[in-house]
Design a binder for this molecule. Structure first.
Ligand code: SF4
Length: 482
């Protein structure tokens, strides 16, 4: 049946990357608009195999162009219910990446696709075979789908017109977990779908923690595990709670150890610094520690400019992904900002110092009123100096922490050692090895020297660089007089 398509279909193409020079056309992505959506319908409302296109087809597009792009799949079947929509939708990423010559990234309104020049040269000139191949894979692998039809849209006005309604559908899905919390359930859900490119990643989806791709909440995980017990989403008996604030559970740790092939054996669901959740690469937002100010900042895919630490989302995404626990960086789904347990182990919103304005506006109703004005955006600060000035001016809670920690340090230095210079960096965070917090441009596991600590022969510190990426603009060597 796959012979009917002008391309090969196989899971071995999943990791295929289409770079700019090999790209024929780009669809949706950060410089355009688009979305993907699955809707559950009644059996007599879906015409199995039907494909409709609104807007220009591939044959009407020219090499090198970028076009808006949306995909809506309508599914029906005895076991099909609205709870399954998100889980089916997320598999679109999987199945479209089986197509040789098509690259699919991200999810929901963040989708980004490329079609290669090779694929077009081999005869791909329409979206129809792409849709038909995708629907065939869905029906083969998710056998509860009995009927399926696809609507693809490349018309910019049509996409723009539909986007508000589509966003409302995503938001309604996300809102379902608002009144349910981790302590209310005995079962969490795991997802290993992204192990095809991040082999040690396991997402743990709980009522208070949406998946980092943002596409799967606790209800979605439950529906998927029920309808497809052999699939990538599975139940996790949460077991005994080890740390109620950090969100550590015996059952989650066991799954972490087995599903990550022993790469790690502890996960704290609501911790940024200590045994953080892994990040595969699909996260909607990346959080990053700014050691100079002892705050955590956040940036999403839609913000392309450098953030106050001088890096961009793309710079940090490369360091954060891969399915590792990267202390100092954390990938999350946007809806996790709405969780009452949002990075609870590290101060929650009181530890947040910066985020892009459009992201802050999107979650503003969930930011506690007493901190909302003290969180800077690019309109307030674009570098560390202006950010520091803003935090001081707005009396951000971290400013009081700086003073407390500074005083404690001075006191400690006064009792234990000869006068040491005041430390210009904040004290390390509880639960993290002193100096192990990453600076901008560094991955976790790089102990950094702390100002004020001796590194001479009288003990000092040991520097271990693990999996390090270090960018140094300038090295100045000066001779000091003895
Ligand atoms: S990011 Fe996590 S929850 Fe989302 S598809 Fe990947 S593994 Fe599953």
């Amino acid at each position: 049946m796959a012979d009917e398509f002008p391309f090969e279909l196989s899971p071995m193409f999943e990791g295929e990357r289409i770079r700019k020079d090999g790209m024929y056309i780009e669809l949706a992505g950060p410089k355009s608009k688009g979305f993907e959506l699955v809707r559950a319908e009644g059996m007599d409302e879906v015409e199995d195999g039907k494909f409709t296109l609104i807007g220009p087809d591939l044959s009407d597009m020219n090499e090198g162009e970028r076009h808006p792009f949306a995909m809506i799949y309508r599914i029906a079947g005895e076991a099909v219910e609205p709870d399954l929509e998100a889980i089916v939708e997320r598999r679109n990423h999987d199945f479209q990446n089986y197509i040789n010559g098509l690259m699919h990234l991200n999810q929901r309104y963040d989708i980004w696709l490329r079609i290669s020049k090779d694929a077009v040269e081999k005869g791909l000139n329409s979206f129809e075979p792409l849709a038909k191949a995708t629907m065939m894979l869905f029906k083969n692998e998710m056998t509860f789908i009995e009927k399926m039809e696809a609507l693809y849209i490349t018309d910019a006005d049509e996409i723009e017109k539909r986007l508000p309604e589509i966003r409302a559908i995503y938001e309604a899905r996300d809102a379902r977990t608002r009144d349910l919390h981790d302590e209310d359930v005995d079962t969490f859900y795991g997802c290993t779908l992204c192990q095809s490119f991040a082999p040690t990643n396991v997402c743990v989806v709980t009522p208070d923690r949406v998946s980092l791709c943002g596409a799967i909440n606790w209800f979605d995980g439950r529906a998927a595990a029920k309808v497809d017990p052999e699939g990538p989403q599975f139940a996790i008996e949460k077991g005994k709670c080890i740390d109620p604030v950090g969100g550590e559970y015996e059952g989650v740790n066991e799954v972490a150890a087995s599903s990550s092939q022993g790469e790690y054996s502890q996960i704290k669901l609501h911790s940024f610094f200590e045994y953080p959740h892994t990040s595969c690469g699909c996260f909607e937002v990346v959080g990053f520690y700014i050691p100079e100010l002892d705050i955590i900042a956040w940036v999403d895919r839609d913000y392309a400019d450098p953030v106050p630490n001088g890096l961009t989302f793309a710079n940090m995404a490369g360091q954060t992904g891969g399915g590792k626990q990267v202390v100092g960086f954390l990938g999350i789904g946007i809806n996790y900002f709405r969780s009452p347990k949002f990075i609870a182990a590290d101060g929650g919103w009181n530890r947040v110092g910066w985020m892009p304005k459009h992201l802050k506006d999107r979650v503003i109703d969930d930011i506690p009123g007493d901190i909302v004005d003290a969180i800077a955006t690019e309109e307030d600060a674009t570098d560390l100096d202006s950010l520091k000035a803003f935090l001081i001016e707005k009396k951000h809670p971290i400013v009081a922490e700086w003073k407390t920690k500074e005083e404690a340090k001075v006191k400690e230095a006064g009792t234990k050692t000869p006068a040491a210079p005041a430390a210009p960096v904040p004290a390390p965070v509880a639960g993290v090895m002193p100096g192990a917090l990453p600076a901008a441009g560094m991955t976790a596991g790089i102990p950094m020297p702390i100002a004020g600590m001796s590194s001479g022969s009288g003990g000092g510190i040991k520097i271990i660089l693990k999996n390090a990426k270090i960018n140094i603009e300038q090295v100045i060597v000066e001779q000091t007089e003895e």
